[in-house]
Ligand binder design. Structure first.
Ligand SMILES: Nc1nc2c(ncn2[C@@H]2O[C@H](COP(=O)(O)OP(=O)(O)OP(=O)(O)O)[C@@H](O)[C@H]2O)c(=O)[nH]1
Ligand SMILES: [Mg+2]
Length: 261
């Protein structure tokens, strides 16, 4: 049975890029994998998908035929995908690959937070093991209140999809070491994150600092791995984290220590 890796995250966080880099990484390590493009609205891809939902439903065509706007058409496309789910599943599983990497639609709220997106994933994955990689743009995460929002989003995604997650802090090539370390400190030390938010001029807190700290502590349950889709940095750690989820880590050990542990 394949292991499914579901690439999730807000628009522009680097899902499509990470999908492509991860597949190359697996290939370089003699692990066979396929890519499923699950975004019916995407125009251009940096990789050649093995399975492409645009062969089943094309959001642009839905827009033309129905007169719906881009968001309505994306919702309709995902609903239509569910009607073709058996064929899609058969195509994905026919590859008999070790890994199936799924690149999900850009507007994640229209996918993960509605009824049909999770159903599509559930049907595709079936009884196989899966790990979700939730992308957090590190430039965005530099601001403490943004980081809190991202962690809340990770939690809501977990509630909806019910698959174990690992966070990937993307675009680390755009940050210097101090900036990156600060984000890692905020994730590892809820008190630091809570203190930084309380110092932000424009942030409004619904809870006092101590409450924020205990919420963050509960939210930061998933591992966070810094990666760059440009330099390829962090992919050993990301792969090891995925492996720990899907296979309990028994057939792979990284030599480098995980900076988040
Ligand atoms: N510097 C840098 N840029 C990146 C990285 N990953 C992605 N990008 C850039 O960020 C932009 C968005 O990347 P995508 O991979 O398309 O992100 P996405 O989440 O698939 O975007 P949507 O599907 O449109 O929501 C592109 O311009 C990428 O080149 C990274 O690790 N470093
Ligand atoms: Mg994309």
């Amino acid at each position: 049975m394949p292991y499914f890796i579901v690439v999730l995250g807000t628009a522009g966080s680097g899902k499509t890029s990470l999908t492509s880099v991860l597949q190359t990484y697996l290939e370089d390590h003699q692990l066979d994998s396929i890519i499923v493009n699950l975004d019916p609205a995407v125009e251009e891809l940096p990789y050649e998908p093995h399975v492409d939902v645009r062969d089943y439903v094309d959001t642009r065509e839905v827009m033309r035929k129905t007169g719906l706007g881009p968001n309505g058409a994306l919702i309709a496309s995902i609903d239509m995908l569910l009607m073709n789910i058996e064929d899609l599943k058969e195509e994905v599983w026919s590859y008999k690959s070790n890994y199936v990497i799924i690149d999900t639609p850009g507007q994640m709220e229209l996918f993960a937070f509605r009824q049909t997106g999770p159903l599509v994933l559930k049907a595709l994955i079936g009884d196989a093991k899966s790990a979700g990689v939730f992308l957090i743009d590190s430039s965005y995460a530099q601001q403490a209140s943004n980081l809190l929002s991202a962690l809340l989003l990770v939690a809501s995604t977990y509630v909806r999809l019910k698959i174990p997650l690992v966070n990937a802090l993307t675009k680390t090539d755009l940050l210097d070491d101090t900036q990156l370390q600060r984000i890692i400190d905020m994730i590892e030390n809820p008190d630091v994150l809570a203190a930084e938010i309380s110092m932000e001029k424009d942030a409004v807190l619904m809870w006092d600092q101590e409450e924020v700290s205990s919420i963050v502590e509960k939210l930061a349950v998933f591992e966070t791995i810094p990666v760059s889709n440009v330099t390829g940095e962090g992919f050993d750690d990301l792969y090891a984290a995925i492996q720990r989820i899907v296979a309990g880590g028994e057939d792979y050990y990284t030599e480098e220590p995980n900076p988040m542990l």
